[in-house]
Structure formats: C-alpha cells, structure tokens
Design a protein around this ligand. Structure first.
Ligand code: HEC
Length: 148
C-alpha cells in the first residue's frame, strides 16, 4: 500500500459511523507522522546528537525482530547508528500501538527515504510481543545485537 493510501485511512473527526465496525475490521494505520516523526523527523534523518536517523539505519532495516522489539519496549544507553554515537532513551510503545498499527508504521519506515527492507506483518509483531511480554525495561544495544 502506498504512503498516500495509508494517509487516506486516517480517521477524520466527526466522520465515525454511528455503529463503528469492530476494531479488528479496521485497516492498519501508519502512525509514523503522529508518533515517530516528533523525534526521528518526517525526513527520517533524526537530529544529530539527540535522535538517531531511521533513513539508512541498520537497526531499522535489519532482522524484523529488532525494530519490533525497540518500538514495543524502548531503547536506552549508548548505540551507534550509521557510524555516529547516541546515548539517550526512547520510550516503550507496547501499550499505545496495536499489532496492526505497529506493523504498518514499521513497514512505512522500512520503505521510506531510500530504505528497502521487507514489510513487517502484524503476526510478526504479535510473536515478538508474546515472547517479550514479561519485559519491563528498555533494551540496550548490546541485547539487540544478540538478537540481530
Ligand atoms: C521522544 C522521541 C522518540 C520518539 C517519539 C520515537 N523515538 Fe525512536 N529513538 C529515540 C531515541 C532517543 C533513540 C536512541 C536511544 C538511545 O540512545 O539508546 C531511538 C532509537 C530508535 C531506533 C534504533 C536506532 C535507529 O536510529 O534506527 C529505532 C529503529 C527507532 N527509534 C524507531 C522508532 C519508531 C518506529 C518510532 C515511532 C513508533 C519511534 N522510534 C519514536 C527517540 C524517539
């Protein structure tokens, strides 16, 4: 699905039907602009020294488990992205984004700004969510490297 098509899915205020369809029947929504762009920027370039880039990021475009785990539980401490050091923290989104929307958001980011990584499915998100359900702290880069 194209970004434009995904953007067109956004719900406009006042347009909700009187009897909304079951949540599971709603199409997945790409939340990049609403949730991720505040830090990683609409350009995907981030802000040097503060927010690492998603454009060309080896963490985002590698094994699907890694970016799924990052968005579900957050990330903290030193990390090198595209040869540059960051040492900050990103919050967890597990309780905010459902499997469909998290998959759509990561699929969007993995296909923008020159990124050419495979789409991520809701089933993949569900599996990582289940496997890491007991996790209460953000990941470190070292832990994610072991997952890569
Ligand atoms: C409030 C700011 C903020 C928001 C919002 C945010 N992030 Fe992050 N993100 C960060 C920071 C800061 C780091 C680096 C953490 C560190 O230094 O350990 C990071 C790291 C990452 C990384 C690993 C490094 C890289 O650049 O690839 C990925 C992937 C990522 N974020 C994806 C996302 C996605 C997808 C969203 C939206 C669902 C999102 N982030 C929302 C601040 C944010």
């Amino acid at each position: 699905m194209s970004a434009a098509a995904l953007a067109g899915v956004a719900v406009l205020p006042g347009t909700a039907p009187a009897a909304p369809a079951a949540a599971s029947a709603l199409p997945p929504v790409n939340q990049y602009a609403a949730v991720c762009a505040a830090c990683h920027q609409a350009s995907g370039l981030g802000i040097e020294g503060a927010f690492p880039p998603l454009a060309g990021s080896e963490w985002l475009t590698g094994r699907p488990e890694v970016p799924i785990a990052i968005v579900l539980h957050g990330l903290q401490g030193p990390i090198t992205v595209k040869g540059k050091e960051y040492n900050s923290a990103m919050m967890a989104w597990a309780s905010v984004l459902n499997d469909d929307d998290l998959a759509a958001t990561l699929t969007y980011a993995r296909s923008q700004w020159g990124n050419r990584a495979a789409p991520i499915t809701a089933a993949q998100v569900r599996a990582v969510r289940a496997r890491t359900a007991s996790r209460t702290t953000a990941w470190t880069a070292a832990e994610l490297k072991a997952m890569k």
